[in-house]
Design a protein around this ligand. Structure first.
Ligand SMILES: [Zn+2]
Length: 143
């Protein structure tokens, strides 16, 4: 699927880069993503003047490593789907479900199944005691 949920495990030290980078460093990385996007959401392709930066992480559960694999520019609708937990708490699940189905060309049943899988994965990752952070991705930015 083009657009997927990304639930950050509860035990992760850093759920966003802003807390570990200086404002100038974060700005540089964010703007690099916007420049690559060229005014279009990097997931659904929607043209928008208001892109948001999204940090992509990979989780190696066996070795408890949380690895930053990229920063991409996405539209608000895609960002709401990605962070479905927070979006639901704010009452936006219906809108997020619609966007998910539109972008992925799938049914509501498939949306529910994908959400079930993401929640399952989230529960499993929450069993990992302590995640180690791999920020190798940032090396090309921070000199
Ligand atoms: Zn989008």
């Amino acid at each position: 699927m083009k657009l997927e949920f990304e639930l950050v495990p509860d035990g992760c030290w850093y759920s966003n880069l802003r807390s570990i980078l200086s404002p100038a460093q974060w700005d540089y990385i964010r703007k690099d993503a916007y420049a690559r996007a060229g005014g279009k959401c990097m997931i659904c392709g929607a043209r928008t003047g208001r892109l948001e930066a999204h940090e992509k992480w990979e989780y190696d559960e066996e070795n408890a490593v949380q690895k930053l694999v990229g920063v991409i520019a996405v539209c608000r609708s895609c960002h709401e789907v990605i962070h479905i937990g927070r979006t639901s708490l704010l009452g936006g699940e219906e809108r997020a479900a619609e966007h998910f189905m539109k972008v992925n060309g799938c049914s509501y049943a498939e949306y529910r199944r994908a959400l079930g899988r993401a929640n399952e994965e989230h529960r499993r990752r929450n069993l990992v005691g302590e995640w180690k952070l791999d920020l190798g991705y940032l090396k090309k930015f921070l000199k």
